[in-house]
Write a protein that binds this ligand. Structure first.
Ligand code: TYD
Ligand code: MG
Length: 468
């Protein structure tokens, strides 16, 4: 609790700074930080917030001029204000380009490649003649220059400033008037309106709020880079998410070159769109064929490996689901699922045990989505079941088969959407056979040289895969 110590030593009411600690649950305001809110009893809910300057005595409450209502049809949608960043995959997750005046939060673990992406986007924009400003809070301009050299974009005409005071950054934006600005990172900014240390929740939020307001006013597109804490939330938790228009998360294994950029919120496009990049010697390269990248290291003829056709946003992607079932020495056998929902995996193991009489209660079960992708879709069920059964029986699955479908509690296989798109992707990657829910297989018997076999229940899946 390092930050609480520094706030503890402040005078009770900081008149000069005019800030208060406000409970994020019940809005109770206290003059200093407290561990527990006296208003509602919530723990760790007090966050420092700036107070509005007091109104002079006798002054009437200022009434805003008031916006005049206008017909919705008369409002221009501002289509023309979307511009390409120059990085196709980034455009895709942004919903087709960068919208003027929008604020994009880029979150991710330290070292995943956020600064690299941000600088590459700056370079690509600058190359189109778009004025961009890179605000380095963590690195010196020299370090940014070194990185730019490495990325081969030193001549791109990007403006850089090393600054951590939010007010100074806002002034720089107003002076330079760029079309886009990158703040790397939002956690390093601080505002004079608050007394707490940089990086505290209040500082992150107030600084971001100040910049967002100024960026919106001058129609500057703004990228805020933020680190994710161990718990998986942005430090300065969810507070930033509703302040911004778009939230992108950078995911991936530290030990793996593939990086996935995912939109989790987007006011200007669809969410759950993903971009796939590969980190190389000269920065992030777009991966034109993600399925091939995810399947690159797939072992041939090994038990416990199944290929799934999943949908990432609008795009079908093939990934490998790996399972290892081995005899447990523990009273409570281990169940580990990386890249899959643990609760869903437990459910599927129970269905296998009960409906297919596969003995798993004395076995450790490990599951992994190869390549560091996270698969949330229920369509992964059938591939998980196939991989687990394959490992448990010690029988490899046919190498030319792609599987997808949702599994219900009675062992029935339920239909999932976009069967045609998944089938076409399987064909494109050279697979010969797809096993999919019977409910979505009608009219799809053979397409593009791939045979589609519908299954209605797990016993049919086992028969089709030679696991029965
Ligand atoms: P960085 O963008 O600094 O991560 P973040 O801002 O999310 O903390 O990425 C740092 C990692 O990327 C670091 O381990 C080095 C690696 N890297 C490359 O492999 N190639 C490159 O061209 C660059 C610039 C970085
Ligand atoms: Mg960084």
């Amino acid at each position: 609790m390092g930050s609480s110590l520094s706030t503890w030593r402040q005078p009770l009411v900081d008149k000069a700074r005019r800030s208060a600690f406000v409970c994020q649950q019940c809005a109770h305001a206290a003059p200093r930080w407290l561990g527990q809110c006296p208003g509602c009893g919530a723990w760790n809910s007090l966050v420092e917030e700036a107070l509005a300057a007091p109104r002079p005595r006798g002054a009437r409450a200022a009434t805003a001029p008031g916006a005049t209502p206008q017909p919705l049809a008369a409002v221009s949608a501002g289509q023309a204000l979307r511009r390409t960043t120059g990085l196709g995959e980034l455009d895709r997750v942004l919903g087709g380009g960068l919208v003027a005046g929008s604020v994009v939060l880029v979150g991710g673990d330290p070292g995943i490649g956020k600064s690299t992406l941000a600088l590459q986007a700056c370079g690509a924009l600058a190359r189109q003649g778009v004025p961009v400003l890179y605000v380095a809070g963590e690195e010196s301009p020299e370090q940014v220059r070194l990185r730019a050299d490495r990325l081969g974009m030193a001549e791109a005409g990007v403006l850089v400033v090393a600054e951590t005071a939010a007010e100074a950054v806002a002034d720089a934006i107003e002076a330079v008037r760029p079309a886009a600005v990158v703040i790397d990172s939002i956690q390093t900014l601080h505002t004079a309106a608050l007394g707490s240390a940089p990086g505290s929740v209040g500082q992150v939020r107030e600084s971001a709020a100040l910049l967002v307001a100024r960026a919106k006013a001058s129609r500057v597109a703004c990228f805020l880079v933020g680190h994710v804490t161990k718990e998986g939330t942005l430090a300065g938790p969810r507070v930033l998410e509703h302040l911004v228009d778009t939230v992108l998360y950078f995911e991936g294994d530290a030990g793996h070159a593939l990086r996935i950029l995912r939109a989790v919120k987007n006011r200007f496009g669809s969410t759950n769109e993903v971009a796939v990049f590969e980190m190389g010697e000269r920065g992030l390269a777009e991966v034109p064929n993600p399925s091939a990248a995810f399947l690159a290291e797939r072992p041939r003829g090994a038990a416990g490996s199944a290929v799934l056709a999943t949908l990432e946003g609008s795009r079908p992607v093939l990934v490998e689901i790996q399972a290892l079932v081995s005899r447990s020495t523990l009273a409570m056998p281990r169940r580990t699922a990386i890249g899959l929902d643990g609760g869903r995996v437990a459910l599927l193991l129970a269905v296998l045990e009960k409906r297919m009489r596969l003995v798993l209660h004395d076995q450790d079960v490990f599951l992994n989505v190869a390549g560091g992708l996270r698969v949330e879709e229920p369509a992964a069920d059938l591939a998980v079941v196939a991989a687990v059964a394959s490992s448990a029986r010690g029988r490899p699955l046919p190498a030319d088969v792609v599987v997808w479908g949702e599994v219900g509690l009675t062992g029935e296989v339920r239909a999932v959407g976009r069967a045609d798109a998944r089938l076409r992707e399987a064909a494109r990657q050279g697979f010969r056979r797809c096993i999919l829910p019977a409910g979505s297989a009608s009219g799809l018997d053979v397409a593009d040289g791939v045979r589609a076999a519908g299954v209605a229940a797990l016993d049919q899946l086992f028969t089709a895969l030679g696991l029965a």
